[in-house]
Design a protein around this ligand. Structure first.
Ligand SMILES: CC/C=C/CC(=O)SCCNC(=O)CCNC(=O)[C@H](O)C(C)(C)COP(=O)(O)OP(=O)(O)OC[C@H]1O[C@@H](n2cnc3c(N)ncnc32)[C@H](O)[C@@H]1OP(=O)(O)O
Length: 720
């Protein structure tokens, strides 16, 4: 894994561990023996460390964390590099990250391909750079820059790294040749002033000020995360303590993180990010064996907020869009809004004025459906009504060319019921964007009974092209996101009826790490949206909803949200919802005594005695109910694996990444506990049938030892 090549008086240690040259045990062994051999070899006068293939090491091998550690540690390898009597030059290309950058910081010199990037992304894995990165980097860059690089985890490009003193030289030609030439030029020069452990942190006197400022910043930006705080404590140690003691402190802080639940969740999330877009259908068709069609043009039907934002997703990556709205006034409004949103992106430096112009040039608004006959993909984004969607799909089927894919942005409706309106069910699928669609990363792609593998391949591919995290799910009511999230919404409202206030529920879930509690979310989208859907469904079933309605089809129902609607409290847009706002569209939510009165009088009228609801109950009722539904989603095969569910929650529903997602969180709580509590709540609330425990959960919980999350589906689903 590390080739030892001698060329004249230069020894080259070439790391060969594709795809990213991670510093696995055999690489560490190879580096250590290579340094020892080069120091013993009389003909060698300087040593070059370089990566084979596309990159210098991009870090420690993340798969080794959580397993019994194997010596030599990276620190021991690094100390041997620094102690070398012969100059060691690290020659960087690609992405020199984490442990890879630490290897470079142990070296006496660092040169780099001018296109390379460096960084310490450990914080994103809930870790800190634990091989002296936190105490070596400040010695080169000063404290403020080191704190920023390490707590953000961002990559730094080579010219910037040169400016900060991380690199000694940039190379534009052949890196290996240049590294050998550089190595020859430093032979015989003193090494002590090149050993970072011998150099002081130059601005050590200012450490407390930098620490306080950076701590306040990370507590605001990375609320609830422990890794950025430990990073800062370790960097502070680099300035306050002798080197050896600072290294000891760093090691202790690293160990604390390595064994933390947060790091386990973030490492799981790293691999889940990569695994979730890898789709597979029950038929065996998969990303490996199915080619996508190339989409060159798109039509978006419906120019409301959602349709407009979806159009932006395509035009900003250069895919022309026809935006269709039946009413010209609405269409012109939408085109104006899109221009304004893109102008906002220019102001935020997300795109240039030129890119805005180019995007708008490939957007065309139309008021007739007939115009879409030539596009490769249609995304329908009209009001959530099955009949309306069926009518539109039937028309699209007639108008569009036979090869065109017809997709719906429905958030709940069964794709099969939409596909039957066409003569091309194989080319019908769901593309469920999340609001605001031009910002939210998630795309929940939905296949129906007849959706063809090539349609699936195409919508997954186009999702990637427009920069979304695409996850494939099978059609069912609400798919994965809304189906599971419905339980959170239901339980949150039921708890208002039993004793909680909106701010109590939101605070507990936000303290847990959710981006927003369910009532703040409702205020954002508007309580009128849910009201219309409930009325629509009741009408379909011939049911009359009133304030006295407590059960619908035998299921517990709360009319509190309907009361809110009747009071005109639609949320932020009316300046009043579950909270009070300074004015319509203001963002800061204030608890509202009027809402307390509404809730109290609702309870009185229904004869409900209110009680104190403890935070743990709020967590369990909202999250365990969703988790139980998640197991049903897995046992039905709606989601292929738990990672898919967790990625949907992270990118679509604001679940804290440092908790992995609801399914990973369940694995940390323990499935026996989850199962017992689900059974308890099913006993307590028999009229909320979603509390009926999932068979898959029950079976997994019955194992004498916890079944690891990566075996949940393989172990039990096939036997259900
Ligand atoms: C005591 C010492 C402590 C040290 C701490 C550390 O060093 S922690 C690790 C720090 N490094 C990182 O976090 C880097 C993680 N990797 C990346 O950010 C990206 O992979 C990349 C290097 C920027 C390359 O991105 P790209 O998009 O080109 O490729 P992929 O992300 O798809 O990765 C390709 C496959 O490689 C696997 N992989 C990547 N990095 C690691 C790693 N450090 N350890 C193990 N495996 C890694 C990745 O999972 C992909 O594998 P697949 O099987 O193809 O999914």
């Amino acid at each position: 894994m590390v080739d030892y090549i001698v060329d004249g008086n230069i020894a080259v240690l070439e790391i060969n561990n594709p795809p990213v040259n991670a510093l696995s045990i055999h690489v560490r062994e190879g580096l250590l023996t290579g340094i020892q051999k080069a120091n013993q070899d009389g003909s060698v006068q300087a040593i070059v460390i370089i990566g084979k293939g596309s990159t210098f090491p991009s870090g420690a091998d993340i798969r080794e964390f959580g397993k019994p550690p194997k010596e030599p540690w990276l620190t021991a390898v690094g100390e041997a590099i620094e102690a070398s009597e012969k100059p060691v030059i690290s020659a960087l290309h690609g992405t020199a990250l984490g442990g890879g950058l630490e290897v470079a910081l142990f070296s006496h010199y660092r040169i780099a391909d001018e296109r390379s990037r460096v960084g310490f992304p450990e914080v994103k894995l809930g870790l800190l750079p634990g091989a002296q990165g936190t105490i070596r980097l400040p010695r080169l860059t000063g404290l403020a820059v080191a704190m920023r690089i390490i707590t953000s985890g961002d990559h730094i490009n080579a010219p910037e790294a040169l400016k900060y003193g991380i690199l000694d030289k940039l190379i534009s030609g052949n890196l290996l040749q240049e590294a050998k030439t550089f190595a020859k030029s430093v032979i015989g020069k003193p090494l002590d002033n090149r050993r970072l452990s011998k150099i002081a942190v130059r601005d050590a006197a200012t450490v407390d000020k930098h620490f306080d400022e950076a701590l306040a910043e990370v507590k605001r930006k990375y609320k609830g995360m422990i890794a950025p705080v430990n990073c800062l404590k370790s960097i502070r140690g680099s300035a306050k303590l002798p080197f050896v003691e600072a290294a000891r402190l760093e090691a202790a802080l690293f160990r604390e993180l390595l064994t933390s639940a947060q790091s386990a969740a973030l490492r799981y999330s790293f691999f889940a990010d990569r695994s979730a877009p890898r789709w597979k259908l029950p038929s065996g068709a998969s990303i490996e064996n199915t080619k996508p069609d190339i989409i060159k043009s798109v039509a978006v039907i419906g120019a409301g907020t959602m349709g407009s934002a979806i159009a932006i997703c395509f035009i900003r990556v250069g895919i022309p869009v026809l935006l269709v709205e039946q009413n010209d006034k609405l269409l012109q409004n939408a085109l104006k809004n899109i221009g304004q949103i893109l102008q906002g992106s220019v102001k935020l430096n997300r795109i240039t004025a030129d890119q805005r112009k180019q995007s708008l040039q490939i957007l065309r608004g139309e008021t007739s459906l007939d115009i879409v006959s030539d596009v490769d993909l249609v995304v329908e984004a009209v009001f959530e009504n099955l009949k309306l969607k069926q009518e539109i799909f039937a028309r699209l089927d007639k108008i569009c060319k036979p090869s065109a894919l017809l997709c719906s942005n429905t958030s709940t409706l069964d794709i099969d019921k939409i596909a039957v309106a066409t003569n091309r069910p194989g080319k019908v699928a769901g593309m469920h964007f999340f609001a605001p669609a031009h910002i939210m990363k998630l795309l929940e792609n939905v296949y129906g009974t007849h959706t063809s593998p090539s349609t699936v391949a195409t919508i997954m591919d186009i999702g990637k092209r427009i920069g979304k995290v695409s996850v494939l799910v099978r059609t069912c009511d609400g798919f994965v996101a809304n189906r599971m999230n419905r339980m959170v919404g239901n339980e949150a409202v039921f708890m208002l009826e039993e004793g909680a206030l909106p701010q109590d529920v939101d605070r507990v879930l936000e303290d847990f790490g959710m981006a927003m509690g369910p009532f703040r979310v409702t205020d954002l989208s508007g309580s009128d949206v849910g009201w219309r859907i409930r009325q629509e469904r009741a009408k379909e079933q011939g049911i009359q909803l009133t304030y006295e309605t407590r059960f619908v089809n035998g299921e517990r129902y709360s009319s509190l949200p309907d009361r809110l609607y009747e009071l005109g409290r639609y949320g932020q847009k009316t300046g009043k919802g579950w909270y009070r706002y300074e004015k319509p569209f203001a963002r800061t939510a204030y608890p509202d005594p009027e809402i307390t009165d509404v809730i109290n009088s609702h309870c009185r009228s229904l004869g409900i005695e209110r009680r104190v609801i403890p935070p743990q109950e709020i967590i369990e009722r909202c999250l365990f109910a969703a988790i139980n539904e998640g197991f049903k989603v897995l046992e039905e095969g709606v989601a292929e694996k738990p990672e898919n569910i967790d990625i949907i929650w992270q990118y679509g529903l604001g679940f804290p990444r440092y908790r992995g997602g609801p399914m990973f969180y369940a694995s940390q709580v323990g499935l026996k506990t989850i199962y017992e509590r689900v059974c308890y709540y099913y006993d307590a609330f028999p009229h909320s049938s979603y509390w009926a425990p999932s068979d898959l959960l029950r079976k997994l919980a019955s194992h004498s030892t916890e079944v690891p999350i990566d075996q949940w589906t393989s172990k039990e689903r096939s036997r259900l």
